[in-house]
Design a protein around this ligand. Structure first.
Ligand code: IFM
Length: 568
């Protein structure tokens, strides 16, 4: 992964006799950033400013006496033009306030703040130290990357920990990381929902540019809200580049965002968010899908052509079952939200109808697409079909290549893999995770699993945790454990061989879902949350908290079936 410089040349300087500062601006969006730092030393010392332009340094010389400890404390304040017009002066003031408080008080405040966070978001596992470490590692990485006080930032696929994917946000946020936040830190989830709301202009511009209506969110998003997926890979050692089609064709992200918003609303009952913001995103996304579906007179149905589903090994396919089924789900949810608004908040409903140019005709069109959108299904085998022609691909015995670190795409090459029946990540299996028995009766879900699980090479780090979740729900306990173990080692054991590019944020969020939705079987029914635990055989106890309609509940599950729920 090539590192790239997104900073203008740095300005640096010194202040007083122990402080140094740096400031710069980002090259593209001209955000200013300043850091002001102090190195404090309890012993008698002689400071000397060293370093060069861009790297200010302060060096101390001191005489150490035997058994006379000396404490060195480094304090740094950071501000950007996103919080203040004058980041350097503000950083200087913040540093002065921190110096006044002193390390001990700052440290205590820090610990108290983290205790509060862990009280709500921790998952405790008794009987398995590695799983305990892996889930805390994962929760920690999602929490430190989630914007705390900012509705204008998202979480990059590699969080803030590495240069992979240039900090861009994908569906990784909504379907992998947000669920943990919705259930344990809903305020942070709200910030991320608002990030998408504030980027509706970019999504509308993309829909217009592609010839559609409504809001079509970009596959890769940054703070502009425009499509920022690169068109080409960097050249390989022979100078060959590959065209990246996901920015053109991977369109399910619009429904994924709606899904996260509906889940947020159901768990929190934050009606204010839905009235003022969420409904606009969901309804305008529905307008996109209604214009995206094409009527095919010969088949007498709507179809969606030229897309990429979650299985990115196969590009430009027709009727990806994930895309079509989630588009239908999106239209159904939009009608639900519209009906709710019309009865509970008719003024908001009128405002949105006018603003989004909706009408009775739009409702009818949505209903017609819901009823007649093709959901590929093989009635004889009683399975969903991943996309038109999937079963014409050349079969491969994927399991015969185990054990391996690298994806089968890197074994066979990009071009060859396109013609092979290998799936990059949970696709039909992802639909099972999201919709459960709303997708199909259990027998069909089992048929889907038996068909698609053996074809998946988990070439994406997003895959193992979702498979673990679904395997647990379908009763494949040993397999669920093995897939969970795979997911838990993605960064801790670098089992995809690319942790140097940054932490896999979606895999971290996915691990939480594998535990809470998979092993604990937590889901929202019409009457509220329900549990259906299937703990791995060696876990003696599992404990976690969830927040539902503004109240926090602690859930303890015991091996053997015991369940204890207490209000916190
Ligand atoms: O969003 C994912 C995609 O599903 C698989 N490739 C990596 C992306 C970023 O994590």
């Amino acid at each position: 992964m090539t590192a790239f410089n997104h900073w203008q040349p740095w300005q640096t300087g010194q202040h007083g006799n122990d402080e140094i500062w740096v400031q710069s601006r980002t090259l593209q969006n001209r955000y200013g950033m300043a850091m002001h730092g102090a190195l404090l030393c309890s012993g008698r010392h002689q400071p000397r400013f060293t370093g060069d332009a861009g790297h200010p340094e302060v060096e101390y010389t001191l005489n150490l006496a035997e058994r006379r400890p000396v404490t060195i404390t480094k304090l740094v304040a950071v501000h950007t033009t996103r919080d203040t017009d004058q980041p350097l002066i503000t950083a200087q003031h913040t540093l002065a306030a921190a110096r006044q408080k002193g390390y001990d008080r700052l440290y205590k405040e820090h610990c108290r703040a983290w205790e509060k966070v862990w009280e709500l978001s921790d998952v405790e596992i008794e009987g398995d130290e590695f799983s305990q470490q892996a889930i805390r590692f994962s929760i920690y990485h999602v929490l430190i990357a989630a914007p705390q006080h900012d509705e204008q930032a998202n979480i990059g696929a590699k969080t803030l920990s590495g240069p992979g994917y240039r900090g861009h946000a994908f569906w990784d946020t909504e379907l992998f990381m947000v669920p943990l936040l919705t259930a344990t830190q809903p305020k942070l989830s709200h910030n991320l929902m608002m990030y998408r709301y504030h980027r509706l202009a970019g999504a509308r511009a993309k829909a217009v540019a592609e010839g559609y209506q409504g809001a079509m969110f970009p596959w890769e998003s940054d703070d502009t809200g425009e499509e920022v997926t690169p068109k080409w890979t960097p050249p390989d050692s022979k100078g060959k580049r590959i065209r990246i089609w996901t920015g053109d064709l991977e369109q399910h992200v619009t429904s994924d965002i709606a899904y996260a918003m509906m889940q947020y609303w159901r768990w929190t009952r934050d009606d204010e968010f839905m009235r003022q913001h969420g409904a606009e995103v969901i309804l305008d996304g529905a307008s996109f899908w209604a214009s995206r579906a094409e009527w095919k007179p010969e088949q007498a149905r709507y179809e969606i052509h030229h897309v990429i589903g979650p299985d990115e090994y196969h590009e430009d396919v027709n009727n990806s079952v994930f895309t079509n089924r989630m588009a239908r789900w999106h239209l159904e949810s939009a009608l639900e939200v519209w009906d709710w608004l019309a009865s509970a908040h008719p003024d908001d409903a009128r405002r949105l109808v006018e603003q989004l140019e909706l009408s009775e005709a739009s409702r009818q069109r949505w209903q017609e697409v819901i009823q007649r959108l093709y959901i590929p299904f093989d009635t004889e085998r009683q399975i969903h079909i991943q996309y038109d022609g999937f079963f014409d691909l050349k079969p491969v015995d994927v399991l015969a290549f185990e054990p391996r670190v690298h994806s089968l795409q890197s074994v066979f090459s990009y071009e060859t893999t396109r013609g092979l029946r290998i799936i990059k990540q949970a696709d039909v299996v992802m639909l099972i995770a999201l919709l459960g028995e709303e997708l199909a009766p259990r027998e069909v879900l089992l048929n889907n699993w038996n068909t698609y699980y053996p074809l998946c090479d988990h070439g994406s780090s997003l895959s193992p945790a979702v498979h673990a979740w679904v395997a647990a729900r379908l009763g494949f306990d040993q397999l669920a454990w093995e897939l969970f173990r795979h997911a838990a080692g993605i960064d801790l054991e670098d089992n995809k061989g690319n942790s140097r590019d940054g932490i896999h944020g979606a895999a971290c969020g996915g691990l939480w879902q594998a535990i809470v939705f998979g092993f604990a079987g937590l889901r929202l029914s019409e009457n509220g949350p329900i549990l259906d635990p299937r703990l791995p055989a060696h876990w003696q106890q599992l404990r976690f908290c969830v927040s539902f309609h503004g109240k926090t509940y602690q859930i303890t599950l015991l091996q053997g079936g015991g369940i204890n729920i207490s209000k916190r």
